[in-house]
Design a protein around this ligand. Structure first.
Ligand code: ADP
Ligand code: MG
Length: 169
């Protein structure tokens, strides 16, 4: 991806990390282990997939990393910073949900800019970053449509653009 092409990704370079580390991450639901002592180190630039049968704890692991689910044991580190006590918005992660979780009543642009608006980013800056993120996923021509007017693959790209717009590290 060229530098000038994408402001959202450029923003991400400023606060990138070297290493994400999970140490004995566990999560129980009502006494049952959904995730049992997962330890894993991911270096910057690595592309990692979690594979396993349905119900083995993949989504639980991702939700723990993103901060949507508190751990029952273990810790999560970004370089030297322990991040598992931080709320999701302080972790600088992007997330694309399996079902996309788009807001059906908001246009593509408003979906992508939603997180920026919630963070009080000025309108002009939101416009710029939404345009950059839509450019990355090649959806500029669909900016004013509603999610229901898009194909499944296009909806998935809206969800990716929404994740990118926040410049996740
Ligand atoms: N909110 C919840 N309450 C109770 N049990 C849950 C909850 N979320 C997940 N589980 C259970 O935890 C286990 C792991 O689920 P999950 O991480 O969603 O699996 P997958 O690897 O398919 O993504 C499953 O047995 C699931 O039923
Ligand atoms: Mg899952």
């Amino acid at each position: 991806m060229s530098g000038k092409q994408n402001g959202a990704v450029q923003g991400a370079r400023k606060n990138e990390f070297r290493r994400l580390r999970l140490e004995g991450v566990s999560r129980q639901f009502g006494g049952a282990n959904a995730l049992d002592k997962l330890s894993l180190t991911i270096e910057r630039g690595e592309f990692v997939a979690l594979l396993g049968p349905s119900g083995c704890g993949k989504s639980t692991a991702l939700n723990c990393m993103a901060g949507l689910l508190p751990l029952t044991d273990g810790s999560i580190w970004l370089d030297e910073q322990r991040i598992d006590p931080l709320p999701p918005e302080k972790r600088g992660f992007g997330m694309v949900f399996q079902n996309y979780a788009l807001f059906p009543h908001l246009s593509v642009s408003h979906n992508v800019g939603f997180g920026l608006k919630m963070r009080g980013v000025p309108a002009k800056e939101i416009e710029r970053r939404v345009a950059a993120a839509l450019d990355t996923v090649q959806l500029q021509a669909h900016a004013s449509k509603l999610p229901g007017q898009l194909s499944g693959g296009q909806q998935q790209r809206v969800a990716i653009a929404r994740g990118l717009s926040l410049s996740p590290r």
